[in-house]
Design a protein around this ligand. Structure first.
Ligand code: TRP
Length: 393
């Protein structure tokens, strides 16, 4: 790996690449280089905001599943964005606190493992706040305000004109959440893509401005040519956007169309039964792209692709397969997936469970601050703001 600003390898291929989309970058970097850290593994950072309690199936197929699959191969950092929760819930600190603990319980119940991954509590990582301020200088104000993810949130959460300055600021903060850990990969749902794109822009600009990386250097070579920041890529889940049970765009707690990972088996089946397709009888040829079939793809195809294909063939052909039967099978598949999580979650609802969560947070903060402080020192050195260091007292 190249050193920070100085021992740059100037012999870089002078290949000019235009601005790349995340997906193009994804392809490009399979031939490129992942950053190897002292753990010997490339890094992941991703996270959740504790504005709600309870993760749902959309979270699972969008990001959690990737986190579970990658937690061995990667050095993983999972962030609880409790500072960002204040952007919409500033007057409810108790709720944010409870949700923060709830998110950690959710993660543990799903199978994220604090022995293998580092759980990061955002409010205890000062380097994130410091980097946020510096990064805010590298993003045009209007670009933040045009960020489509922020715009959608303003609409769906009904924030109107009254949101605080800190609300759009969180998009800059998210760049710092990510870059503080210099990860290669950020597993997220599709709705977060705009934020990751902004984060990539910040990292590119930082490396070019302060580390002398050539503006023709392709993103996947930035860290090899002296950039402090590897340019991270989004990793979108198997199902990019899971529709809600009402068939609207996205599963979401605020739209009241979600199946939660900790719903009872009965509630899961009840919610599945509410799905409407407009199909009248088992012999009517059904639409194999309707919401019910999308769920079959998401939750039956993953464990039993042959059965999913059979269901879709018979459904499409009107070969005597009723919606009711499919819903029953789907409910069973979803319950088989989430039952172990539900049981583990119940066990955490005890004083011992609570103590365990606090311990996991404390250990994570300690590990995370080592990495984030290292990043901050590298960034300050590159920005020529390293002086006597932080002298206290
Ligand atoms: N904004 C993300 C969400 O609402 C949560 C988040 C905060 C995050 N910081 C992050 C996700 C950094 C990925 C990387 O889901």
């Amino acid at each position: 790996m190249g050193g920070v600003c100085g021992e740059r390898l100037r012999k870089a291929a002078a290949r000019t690449l235009g601005p790349m989309s995340i997906h193009e970058a994804d392809k490009a970097s399979t031939s490129g280089s992942l950053t190897t850290h002292s753990s010997g593994k490339p890094r992941i950072l991703t996270g959740d905001t504790p504005t709600n309690t309870g993760l749902h199936l959309g979270h699972y197929v969008g990001s959690l599943e990737n986190r579970l699959a990658l937690q061995d191969q990667y050095d993983c950092y999972f962030l609880i964005a409790n500072v960002h929760a204040f952007t919409t819930l500033a007057e409810k600190p108790e709720q944010i606190r409870a949700n923060t603990i709830g998110i950690v319980k959710d993660w543990l119940a799903v199978g994220l493992d604090p022995e293998r991954a580092t759980f990061v509590l955002q409010s205890e990582i000062p380097a994130i706040a410091e980097l946020t301020f510096f990064f805010a200088m590298l993003i045009p104000f209007n670009k933040v305000m045009r960020n489509p993810t922020l715009k959608t949130e303003i609409e769906t959460k009904g924030l109107g004109e009254t949101y605080p300055f800190g609300f759009p600021m969180y998009a800059v903060g998210q760049c710092a959440d990510i870059l503080a850990f210099r990860p290669d990969l950020v597993p997220v749902g599709e709705d977060q893509e705009a934020h990751i794109e902004m984060c990539r822009d910040v990292a590119l600009k930082f490396n070019q401005l302060y580390c002398g990386v050539n503006n023709r250097t392709p993103p996947e070579r930035h860290h090899l040519e002296g950039g402090v920041f590897p340019i991270p890529r989004a990793k979108i889940g198997r199902v990019a956007r899971l529709v809600g049970i009402d068939g609207t765009n996205k599963m979401s707690k605020s739209l009241n169309n979600a199946i939660f990972l900790y719903d009872s088996a009965k509630d899961v089946q009840k919610k599945i039964n509410k799905i409407t397709t407009g199909r009248q009888s088992p012999t009517e040829p059904g639409d194999i792209n309707n919401i019910l079939m999308q769920y079959v793809d998401a939750f039956i195809a993953s464990t039993d692709p042959a059965r999913a294909a059979e269901i879709k063939r018979r459904y499409g052909a009107g070969d005597n397969l009723g919606d009711g039967h499919v819903k029953q099978e789907l409910g069973e598949a979803i319950n088989a997936l989430i039952e172990p999580m539900r049981l583990r979650r119940e066990k955490l609802e005890t004083p011992a469970g609570e103590a365990m969560v606090l311990d996991v947070i404390a250990r994570g903060v300690k590990k995370a601050n080592v990495v984030a402080e290292e990043t901050l020192a590298l960034a300050k050195k590159a920005m020529r703001v390293e002086f006597a260091g932080r002298v206290v007292g």
